[in-house]
Every structure is written in structure tokens, then in C-alpha cells.
Ligand binder design. Structure first.
Ligand code: OAD
Length: 242
């Protein structure tokens, strides 16, 4: 099912970069960003996940994140995450650039992970920036507050906020250097993350997309593999890495 070109590229590639989105975690049971369960049904994500919404109604936004945190703490990485962790061992430079905040790549053993949209397991005070673990605050019914009285927010990137600069710069560099670039389980519509496959393409990378369906990226990808990442990636590892 894999093209000969991908095989030969992977065999010699020293630099491989992977962009992941909500689809890679779908098989773990994480609702995709545009899912239809729970609070997603009642609120447009853009209306809930921004700083103004948090200041206006911190308890509601906290309720939403508490719900997400609880789901994520109860799920496990799936074979797609583990396959990527295995691939990392076979290339000198292997970068995962994720739009997901669920921490599942690290939990699967991946080391070099750039988190473009933050990490839901982290939290910090909006005033003094002190960091808090979930254990310290998750029992709070209302939006938790720091000793300095500042509200504590999740360490994720909200609409209208800048991406963490160090993570973004490292991601662009990884895309520019990649000989093979994978776009996995992402609708590839949310910028600036969605520009990374094009950055890689212009720099000469072989672009591989894995998704349940075709996306805006498909026509420019060199290879489109339609199906579940949790099935295709383990097959790739079985075929070429073992
Ligand atoms: P989306 O929910 O937009 O897209 C998920 C993609 O995964 C879709 O294209 C699905 O077809 C595909 N998919 C679903 N299950 C899959 C599976 N098992 N295997 C392979 N593909 C599968 O999620 P993202 O592209 O990650 O931003 O969305 C990007 C950003 O949009 C999110 O990070 C979030 C949101 O705005 C922020 O929170 C800042």
C-alpha cells in the first residue's frame, strides 16, 4: 500500500517531521476539536476558548477545561502514537509538531515534540505566571485562583493568541529541513500550523498525508493514505522499520 518512493525516501532520510492533529488522538477517545459531544454542542469553540470569554465567565471556561482534562487523564495513547515513538528511534532528526494539547505523544514515548497549541496538563496564573499542576487545582468547582488572587488558566493557546515562539520557530526549522514530512489526522485548515506542510514542500520534502478523508492539503501531497492513523502507522513501522 505504500509507494516505493516513500520507502526509498524513508530509508535514507535523516530529517523527518510530522504534523499531527486531533485525528491522531481520535482512536484514543479524545473528541476531535469540532466534535459534537458535551459542551461542544452548546458553544462554538471560538466563543469559549479565548481570553475575553475566560475573563467574562471564568467558571464556565473552567468547567469546559475540567471536562476535557478529565477525559484526557483517563485515556491512553493508541497504536498511532506508539508507531511514531518507534519511528523516532530510526532517524537522526525526528520532530513531532502537534496541534494537540493532550500530551499523548510524550506519554507514548516520543521525545522531540513541539506543542504548537500548548498542553492541557499545564496551568498558570494569569497575573504572576506561577505554574500549577492538575493535582493542585482539579478538585476546584469554580475557576481556581492563585495566592496572588489571579485566575489560573490552562496552558493552552486560545483563539487570538500567539503560538509559543520557541515551539513555532523549532517547527518551521524542522519543516524546512525535513526530507519526508507527514501530515497526520489534521484537517489542515487552522493557520499558522497548516502552513507547515507547504514550508516543507517548498524546501523539497516528500509530503505524505494520512487522514480518513481528503483535505485541502491532499492535492499538493505526494502521497495520500486514506484510513486510520492508528492502523496505517503501525503497518508502516512493521514494513520499514523492523
Ligand atoms: P480537526 O478536528 O479539524 O480535524 C481532525 C482531522 O482528523 C479530520 O480531517 C479527520 O478527517 C481526521 N481524522 C479523524 N479520525 C482520524 C483517524 N482515526 N485517523 C486519521 N485521521 C483522522 O482537528 P485539527 O486539524 O487538529 O486549535 O484542528 C486544528 C486546530 O483546530 C486544533 O488544534 C484547535 C482547533 O481550532 C486550537 O485549539 C488553537
Amino acid at each position: 500500500m505504500f509507494l516505493q518512493k516513500l520507502i526509498s525516501r524513508l530509508r535514507t532520510a535523516q530529517h523527518v517531521a510530522v504534523l499531527t492533529g486531533a485525528g491522531i488522538s481520535a482512536e484514543s477517545g479524545v473528541p476531535t476539536f469540532r466534535g459534537t459531544d458535551g459542551l461542544w454542542k452548546k458553544f462554538r469553540p471560538e466563543e469559549l476558548t479565548n481570553f475575553d470569554a475566560f475573563i467574562k465567565n471564568p467558571d464556565l471556561v473552567w468547567e469546559w477545561y475540567k471536562y476535557r482534562k478529565q477525559i484526557i487523564s483517563n485515556i491512553k495513547p493508541n497504536p498511532g502514537h506508539y508507531a511514531l515513538a518507534e519511528m523516532e528511534k530510526h532517524h537522526e532528526h525526528f520532530a513531532i509538531i502537534t496541534q494537540n494539547v493532550d500530551n499523548l505523544h510524550r506519554r507514548a514515548g516520543s521525545k522531540n515534540v513541539y506543542e504548537l497549541h500548548g498542553n492541557i496538563e499545564r496551568n498558570y496564573c494569569i497575573d504572576c505566571r506561577k505554574e500549577f499542576s492538575d493535582v493542585e487545582i482539579l478538585s476546584s468547582e469554580k475557576a481556581p485562583r492563585c495566592k496572588c488572587s489571579g485566575l489560573i488558566r490552562p496552558g493552552v493557546v486560545w483563539f487570538g493568541e500567539m503560538l509559543p515562539e520557541d515551539q513555532w520557530n523549532a517547527s518551521v526549522a524542522a519543516a524546512e529541513q525535513a526530507e519526508v514530512f507527514f501530515s497526520l489526522g489534521t484537517s489542515a485548515v487552522v493557520y499558522p500550523a497548516a502552513s507547515l506542510p507547504m514550508v516543507a514542500k517548498h524546501a523539497g520534502a516528500y509530503i505524505v498525508e494520512i487522514n480518513l478523508e481528503r483535505t485541502d492539503l491532499s492535492s499538493t501531497a505526494d502521497e495520500v493514505l486514506l484510513g486510520k492513523s492508528g492502523e496505517i502507522l503501525p503497518r508502516l513501522v512493521e514494513t520499514y522499520y523492523k
